[in-house]
Design a protein around this ligand. Structure first.
Ligand SMILES: NC(=O)c1ccc[n+]([C@@H]2O[C@H](COP(=O)([O-])OP(=O)(O)OC[C@H]3O[C@@H](n4cnc5c(N)ncnc54)[C@H](OP(=O)(O)O)[C@@H]3O)[C@@H](O)[C@H]2O)c1
Length: 262
């Protein structure tokens, strides 16, 4: 699938990190963009930059995806603006470090709202049009966390397991439909993610991290090739062999130990 000059790509969480780099990658291909996040100033700044550099249309939508009605509002706003969303990139997401019983329940439910509910709702609203047009697709941002249970980050890992399973199932359902579905599963990446996840905690273990631009490029390439699952980076691919080699109990103990250090 090649980018069309008329293609419009909606990207959630485009105000920083991987989403911001995905926006730059799609813009470099000549796609028009709809950028979604809570930080309007960051989105406007990126939009101005991308309009100047690539002569594309860039729309900004401020939305809090933790609000259950946000997906419907985004769908209605794009409709009123006469925009057809050809590609949906569900990238917005966050996690929290800590034990489930100790973290505030409301914040943990927000992880599910942003990482899962909004992703499903946006997909459910925009996908039927893509199927009807027999073109376009959905790129979901999962995580290597989606392949294993994650003690001390239980809800985040579980949310990404949902994204993984949902994306792979959709890819199969849509085989031959003209619509692509891919899931990008990054490992540790240099973004604001750890800062958000650690909250009040100041210390972080120094683990090797990929750049957000390398992750975004790998994701876009996989999506264009209609690859179902993309784990970017050699180290992350190696990491992914652990859940296959170790017994499940060993995997959850190991992940719990690593998450305790974070
Ligand atoms: N960095 C990693 O190590 C890593 C590894 C694996 C997977 N991932 C996944 O990569 C994706 C992007 O994260 P990142 O690493 O780029 O982190 P980031 O720099 O913190 O970016 C997160 C993005 O999500 C948006 N977002 C968060 N809560 C939102 C809400 N309630 N409503 C709307 N937008 C919201 C943020 O925008 P606003 O704050 O402006 O709303 C921001 O644009 C996430 O799904 C994350 O789980 C990251």
């Amino acid at each position: 699938m090649n980018a069309s000059k008329l293609e419009t790509v909606l990207i959630t969480g485009a105000s920083s990190g991987i989403g911001l780099e995905l926006a730059k990658c799609f813009a470099a291909e000549g796609s028009n963009l709809i950028l979604v996040a809570r930080n309007r100033a960051a989105l406007e700044q990126l939009a101005g930059e991308l309009r100047r550099q690539h002569q594309i249309e860039v729309h900004v939508l401020k939305a809090d995806l933790a609000r259950p009605e946000s997906a419907q509002e985004i769908f209605a706003q794009t409709g009123r603006a006469g925009l057809t969303v050809d590609v949906l990139v569900n990238n917005a997401g966050f996690g929290l470090h800590g034990e489930f019983a100790e973290l505030p329940l409301a914040r943990q439910l927000e992880i599910i709202h942003v990482n899962v509910t909004a992703l499903v709702a946006l997909t459910g609203l925009f996908l039927p049009g893509m199927v009807q047009r027999r073109r376009g697709g959905v790129l979901n941002v999962g995580s290597v966390a989606g392949f294993m249970p994650g003690p001390r980050m239980a809800i985040y890992f579980a949310s990404k397991a949902f994204v993984q399973s949902f994306s792979e199932a959709l890819n199969e359902e849509l085989r031959g439909s003209g619509v692509a579905v891919s899931v990008l599963c990054p490992g540790p990446t240099k973004t604001n993610f750890s800062q958000t996840a650690r909250g009040y905690r100041q210390h972080e273990i120094q683990s090797p991290k990929m750049s957000a631009v390398a992750v975004a490029l790998a994701g876009l390439r996989a999506f264009r090739r209609r690859q179902c699952v993309c784990v970017p980076g050699a180290l992350n691919k190696l990491l992914m062999s652990a859940p296959r080699l170790l017994p499940r109990a060993g995997v959850r103990q190991l992940v719990g130990k690593v998450n305790r250090l974070k």
